[in-house]
Each structure stands twice: as C-alpha cells, then as structure tokens.
Design a protein. Structure first.
Length: 157
C-alpha cells in the first residue's frame, strides 16, 4: 500500500476527469465573447449541455431564420413522453435553460414555442438530449435545420 493513499486517490480522480474528446468539443466552440462573463448571457447558439451538466434542457432562440438577432421573451414549452410539462422563457440574448432539479424529461420530448401571439410546435420530437444546438446549428443543411427561431412568421421553429 502507498505511503500516501490520498495522493494515489487524487491521481485516480484527476486521470478519470481527463476527457480529450470533451476537451476538443469545448475547444471547438472557440473563446468567450469579449466583455461577456460566464453566466446566462454567454455563448448564445452553442450546445449548452456540453459544459453545463446541471442543465437538463437549454438552448437559444433567435428572431429570424436568416440572422442571429436574439429573441427575448419566447416561451419554450417542453412536454416529455410521460406528459410532464415545463415552460422556460428566453432572456435578452435568446438563451433559456432548465436545471435538472426543475425538470428531467423522459424522452422523446415535444417542444413548442410561443412568441408574439403565435404558437408553433417543433415538427420532430427531441429524442436524445436537451441541448437544442446539438441538432440546431448554423448553417442549415443536411446535418441541421439551422438555428431555432421564433414562430412569429407562422412557420415552424
């Protein structure tokens, strides 16, 4: 047995915490925007759950499909496969987040956005994780429908 059991335990914990795939994914996001501190206003449009493991669902809603103007005050309605529901509201950069102690959806999950008197249901159910940007990223194409945007135009988010 080691003469320093706490050191050995500490090394095992540090070695286990090293995840090069995760580190590469975080590095690929790029740096923080200048002047924006870590918190609810940072990194709009990025996959929140990559770093925030205390969130169950999180994302960003923009006003239009063609630009990145933040949508403030959008109600994001979430309903899981068991009928449990939760509503979140976007902040001034369009971000919303739900902590695990508030709502832990059982997938698949339905999503609907309400904004400007219009409600739109997401066409597909969310089937794997609550990070909107896992599927909704720019540019739109075969791998993504593009970022989430408001239903004010009567379209689907």
């Amino acid at each position: 047995m080691s003469r320093h059991p706490l050191l050995a335990i500490g090394l095992v914990i540090v070695a286990g915490a090293c995840d090069p795939v995760h580190d590469d994914q975080v590095a690929a996001l790029g740096g923080e925007a200048p002047g924006v501190p870590h918190g609810p206003l940072h990194r709009p449009g990025q996959p929140c759950l990559l770093c925030h493991n205390d969130f169950s669902v999180a994302g960003t809603v923009f006003v239009n499909p063609g630009d990145r103007q933040a949508a403030l005050g959008v109600t994001v309605n979430l309903t899981d496969s068991q009928g449990n529901a939760f509503a979140a509201t976007t902040n001034e950069v369009g971000n919303f987040f739900v902590r695990q102690n508030q709502f832990q959806p059982v997938y698949p999950m339905k999503v609907a956005l309400q904004y400007g008197g219009v409600t739109a249901n997401m066409i597909a159910n969310v089937g794997r994780d609550g990070a909107c940007a896992s599927c909704h990223f720019d540019p739109p194409g075969p791998a993504s429908p593009g970022h989430v945007y408001t239903p004010a135009d009567g379209g689907t988010p």
